[in-house]
Design a protein around this ligand. Structure first.
Ligand code: HEM
Length: 384
């Protein structure tokens, strides 16, 4: 329990944290990577170069300070971070390192505002938060490890088969190297892929959504060639090895009979494929609308498979939009043109952030309740 004085002192730092500019965040990461270069094997160094991830930690700490007297409002956000951390195998001693560099950064860059009293309050508040994270993350590690086919940290998988799904997307069928069972996942979840691209000095970890039904002793992911790690993935051949952390993620298909609307753009189709495949196995599936946008036919992944899964199933239908070229609807998705279950449906979104923000606006304009809109962001999390 934090005292009311500690709570007040932590709250007084909200402006400092929420307005922490690039100077503060960059100082923190530079400091941390200089003293603890081993963490470069955990953090996404491409995001570090682009500055994309810099603000997530400080924004999260500002949110913590804001709601420190009513933490349950942060439960969903904390759960999302815990799953991300679990796929990165973040461990208790990492929290000491982050906590130390955080406090030292604030002392060094804001000596007048970050007084000794405030420093002491933050030490207590950070320890409490770290304790919540560590306990919840250990819960995820333990539950996954104890399930049939489960494991902790990483496990070696072999690339069994590679399939070109569209111009820039390849599917990788990954099989456990020991040829033993692998833990089940919920459609919508991701796995962590741990690789060391040749041009990189560090191990890099990326989360990829599972894109289909569980394979015999393995999984399928589908990767768009667009950066350091995905280039490395696209260079792999059948028989190569990759290290995987177990399935994680809180974006998952709810197993109830409410109508489902799966809306994706580009490679955001991947978690929707896992959802669609799982729905299609049901003898009595919920009413399902699969809505997808892509540039053109060449960039249209899983076109045939979606056709196969939706043809002759009265409960499942698909609407596809091409931004350019012939075939399907033309231009950008217009949800008002479709007859969607706006009152009772669950709406799942995945794609670039501006796309999801536009879809959310359209859904709100159709009177869909915000709590029925669920989404997955690829890359550092942003709210829509
Ligand atoms: C991602 C918060 C501790 C490593 C994130 C995200 C948030 C966050 C908000 C973004 C989640 C998303 O994109 O969905 C926090 C808070 C912490 C904490 C509040 C302390 C209480 C740690 C520690 C480590 C760590 C101890 C490891 C040393 C990472 C990494 C990512 C991440 C590697 C993924 C993004 C990237 O690679 O740049 N964390 N985190 N975090 N966190 Fe933490």
């Amino acid at each position: 329990m934090l005292s009311s004085n500690t709570i007040a002192l932590v709250k007084s730092t909200i402006p400092l944290l929420s307005q922490a500019g690039t100077a503060v965040t960059a100082h923190f990461y530079d400091r941390m990577f200089t003293h603890n270069p081993e963490l470069k094997d955990i953090f996404n160094m491409s995001n570090q170069q682009s500055g994309k991830q810099h603000f997530a930690l400080f924004n999260a700490l500002a949110a913590y300070a804001t709601h420190i007297d009513n933490l349950p409002v942060l439960a969903a956000a904390v759960e999302r971070i815990n799953h991300k951390h679990a796929s990165l195998n973040i461990l208790p001693h990492h929290y000491d390192i982050v906590g130390l560099h955080l406090i030292e950064t604030l002392k060094e860059l804001a000596p007048n505002e970050f007084t000794p009293d405030i420093e002491q309050a933050w030490r207590e508040a950070y320890a409490l938060l770290a304790d919540v994270f560590i306990t919840q993350e250990e819960g995820i590690y333990k539950t996954t490890e104890e399930k049939l086919g489960g494991w902790r940290n990483t496990r070696t998988f072999i690339v069994d088969r590679i399939v070109q799904e569209s111009a820039k997307v390849k599917s990788f069928y990954l099989r456990s190297a020991d040829n033993k069972a692998v833990v089940d996942f919920q459609p919508g979840q991701y796995i962590g892929v741990h690789v060391k691209p040749v041009e990189c000095q560090n191990v890099q970890i990326r989360q990829y959504s599972l894109s289909g039904e569980k394979q015999p002793n393995g999984y399928r992911i589908s990767v768009k060639q667009q950066g350091l790690v995905s280039n490395h993935m696209h260079s792999l051949k059948a028989g190569d090895e990759v290290e995987l952390s177990p399935p994680a993620g809180d974006f998952m298909l709810q197993s109830n009979m409410s109508p489902k609307v799966l809306i994706s753009a580009g490679v955001g189709i991947t978690p929707m494929m896992a959802m669609l495949e799982s729905i299609a196995t049901l003898t009595q599936p919920p009413q399902t609308h699969f809505v997808h946008a892509c540039i053109n036919q060449a960039e249209h992944s899983f076109a045939k498979r979606v056709d196969t899964l939706t043809t002759d199933r009265i409960e499942i239908n698909a609407d596809i939009w091409y931004e350019q070229g012939e075939g399907h609807h033309q231009g950008r998705i217009n949800l008002a043109q479709l007859s969607l279950p706006t009152e009772s449906g669950e709406f799942y979104l995945c794609g670039p952030t501006p796309f999801m923000a536009a879809m959310k606006q359209q859904l709100l304009a159709l009177n869909v309740a915000p709590e029925r809109i669920l989404y997955e962001v690829f890359g550092p999390h942003e709210s829509l």
